[in-house]
Design a protein around this ligand. Structure first.
Ligand SMILES: CC(=O)N[C@H]1[C@@H](OP(=O)(O)OP(=O)(O)OC[C@H]2O[C@@H](n3ccc(=O)[nH]c3=O)[C@H](O)[C@@H]2O)O[C@H](CO)[C@@H](O)[C@@H]1O
Ligand SMILES: C=C(OP(=O)(O)O)C(=O)O
Length: 428
C-alpha cells in the first residue's frame, strides 16, 4: 500500500501544466471503437483509469500502440469480442461507454455493471432507457448488462436528469443508427462537447452538443481520425485551489479558462486574485479569505468533482461557509478525515457546514475516493506538520504525476512505496 507523505504549510509558487481531461479521454477512447479505421489520440492523461480502460479494450481485440505515454494509435478493425468482464472494469465507471460504443457498432454488447467512485447510488437507468428507445433489448443479469438489437433507429429521448454518462452513451449508440436521434435535457459538460467533436471528426453528424438538445443524424460509416484531448478542468481547479490554500501564486497552464468559470468565480468571491490569459489562469492569494456558500450543479455550475477540494479550502477560511452537494448523495465521507486534521465540518444531509479554523495539523488519513483524495492532499498542503495520505490508488485514477507537479510548485511531498518505508515517516 502506498502513501503520500506531505509536510504542509509551504507556500506554492510557480507554474503547472495541466494534462488531458480524464473524463473526456475515457469517453473518446470508447468512441474510437466506432471507427472503421485507425485513430490516433493525443494528450491522453497518464492515469490509471485510462490504462484500465485500454486494457479492457484490448480484451475486445482493439490493438493499442503507445506512441508515447500520452499518445496512442488505436486499431478497432479486428474486434472479436463483445464482452467485458467485471475484473477489468470494477475500478472504473467509464466502462459503461463500451456498452454504447459496442451496441452502436455491432448491435451487441455485454459489459459488467460499472465501478467508479463510491459517492452514492449511481444507477444507469437513463442509459438503458436511451438504448431501449433506439430499439435495443437490455437485460441485467449476473452483474452484466446485456444489450442487443436487430437494428437501431433514431428516437426522441428526454433524460430525467442531465446525466453526463447517459448523454454520451446515447450519442455513441445513436451515431450509426438509422434516422435522427434527439436527446433532450442533455448534459452540457465540456466532455459531452468533446465526444461530439471527436465523433464529428470521424464523419458523424452531431449538432447541439453544449446545449440541452443534441441532434444526431445517423451515418453508415465512421472513419479514422487524429484527435487531441482537451485539458482537464478538474485537475486545473485542483491546482488553483492548492495555490489558494497555501497563500500561493500559481499559474495553471494549458487550460481552457472558460471551463474554469465556476471555480474562478468562487475563488474571486473569496478574495483570491484571478488573472485570466488565453490558455492559463494565475491564482494569487495573500491575506485572509472570505467565507462563501457553494452549491454543486451540472455545467456550467460548480462541479461536484471540485466539491472536496473547495471544502478543504473553506475549512481554513474565516467564518462559516456552506457547501451543498446536489448531484451525488454521499460525497462527504472525507470530511471525517479533514476533521481528524483539525477541521470543523458538520454534515447535515446534503450540506456541509464548514466553520473555518485557524490551522489544520498533519495526521494519518485515508482518501475514500478520487476527488476526496485531492481534497485531503490540498488540506495537507496547508496543514502544520506531516500528513500521511493512504488510499493513493484512488488519486492515481485521475491525477497524472501528482507529487511531481506539486513538488515543482515547491511542495514537500513524497510517495512511500510500502509499509516498511514508514520508518522514514514520523508525525510531528
Ligand atoms: C467517468 C465520468 O465522466 N464521471 C463523471 C460523470 O459521472 P456519471 O456519468 O456517473 O454522472 P451523471 O452525470 O450520469 O450523474 C448525475 C446524477 O444523475 C444520476 N443518474 C445518472 C444516470 C442514470 O442513468 N440515472 C441516474 O439517476 C446519478 O446518480 C447522479 O445523481 O459525471 C459526474 C457529474 O458531473 C462526475 O462527477 C463524474 O466524475
Ligand atoms: C467521480 C469521478 O470519476 P468516476 O465517475 O469515474 O467515479 C471523478 O472523476 O471525479
Amino acid at each position: 500500500m502506498e502513501q503520500l507523505v506531505i509536510k504542509g504549510n509551504v507556500r506554492l509558487q510557480g507554474e503547472v501544466t495541466i494534462s488531458g481531461a480524464k473524463n473526456a479521454a475515457l469517453a473518446v477512447l470508447a468512441a474510437a471503437i466506432l471507427a472503421d479505421d485507425v485513430c490516433v489520440i493525443e494528450n491522453l492523461p497518464c492515469v490509471n483509469d485510462i490504462k484500465v480502460l485500454l486494457q479492457s479494450m484490448e480484451q475486445l481485440g482493439v490493438n493499442v500502440d503507445y506512441l508515447d505515454q500520452n499518445k496512442i494509435k488505436m486499431d478497432s478493425r479486428h474486434i472479436h469480442n463483445r464482452r467485458i468482464d467485471y475484473d477489468y472494469i470494477k475500478k472504473i465507471r467509464a466502462s459503461y461507454y463500451l456498452l454504447g460504443a459496442l451496441l452502436g457498432k455491432y448491435k451487441k454488447a455485454e459489459v459488467a455493471l460499472p465501478g467508479g467512485c463510491n459517492i452514492g447510488s449511481r444507477p444507469i437507468d437513463q442509459h438503458i432507457k436511451g438504448f431501449e428507445a433506439l430499439g435495443a433489448h437490455v437485460e441485467v443479469k449476473h452483474g452484466m448488462i446485456v444489450a442487443t438489437a436487430d437494428d437501431l433507429t433514431g428516437a426522441n429521448i428526454f433524460l430525467d436528469m442531465a446525466s453526463v454518462g447517459a448523454t454520451i452513451n446515447i450519442m455513441l449508440a445513436a451515431v450509426k443508427a438509422k434516422g435522427t436521434t434527439v436527446i433532450e435535457n442533455a448534459a452540457k459538460e465540456p466532455h459531452v462537447v468533446e465526444v461530439a467533436n471527436f465523433l464529428s471528426s470521424m464523419g458523424a453528424d452531431v449538432k447541439g452538443a453544449g446545449t440541452d438538445v443534441i441532434k444526431i443524424n445517423g451515418v453508415k460509416e465512421l472513419h479514422g481520425t487524429e484527435y487531441m484531448i482537451i485539458p482537464d478542468q478538474i485537475e486545473a481547479g485542483t491546482y488553483m485551489i492548492a495555490g489558494a490554500i497555501t497563500g500561493g501564486d500559481v499559474t495553471v497552464n494549458n487550460i481552457i479558462p472558460k471551463h474554469m468559470e465556476a471555480v474562478s468565480a468562487k475563488l474571486a468571491e473569496m478574495g483570491v486574485t484571478i488573472e485570466e490569459y488565453d490558455e492559463a489562469i494565475r491564482v494569487i492569494a495573500n491575506g485572509p479569505l472570505k467565507n462563501i456558500q457553494v452549491k454543486t450543479s451540472p455545467y456550467p455550475g460548480f462541479p461536484t468533482d471540485m466539491q472536496p477540494q473547495m471544502t478543504a479550502l473553506l475549512s481554513v477560511t474565516g467564518g462559516t461557509s456552506i457547501m451543498t452537494e446536489s448531484i451525488f448523495e454521499s460525497r462527504f465521507s472525507y470530511t471525517d478525515e479533514l476533521n481528524r486534521m483539525g477541521a470543523n465540518i458538520k454534515v447535515e444531509s446534503n450540506t456541509a457546514i464548514v466553520k473555518g479554523v485557524e490551522e489544520l495539523t498533519g495526521a494519518e488519513v485515508t482518501a475514500p475516493d478520487l476527488r476526496a483524495g485531492a481534497g485531503i492532499i490540498i488540506a495537507a498542503l496547508a496543514a502544520k506538520g506531516e500528513t500521511a495520505v493512504s488510499g493513493v490508488e484512488y488519486v492515481d485514477r485521475g491525477y497524472e504525476h501528482i507529487e511531481d507537479k506539486l513538488k515543482r510548485l515547491g511542495a514537500d511531498i513524497f510517495r512511500v512505496k510500502d509499509k516498511s518505508d514508514k520508518s522514514m515517516f514520523k508525525v510531528v
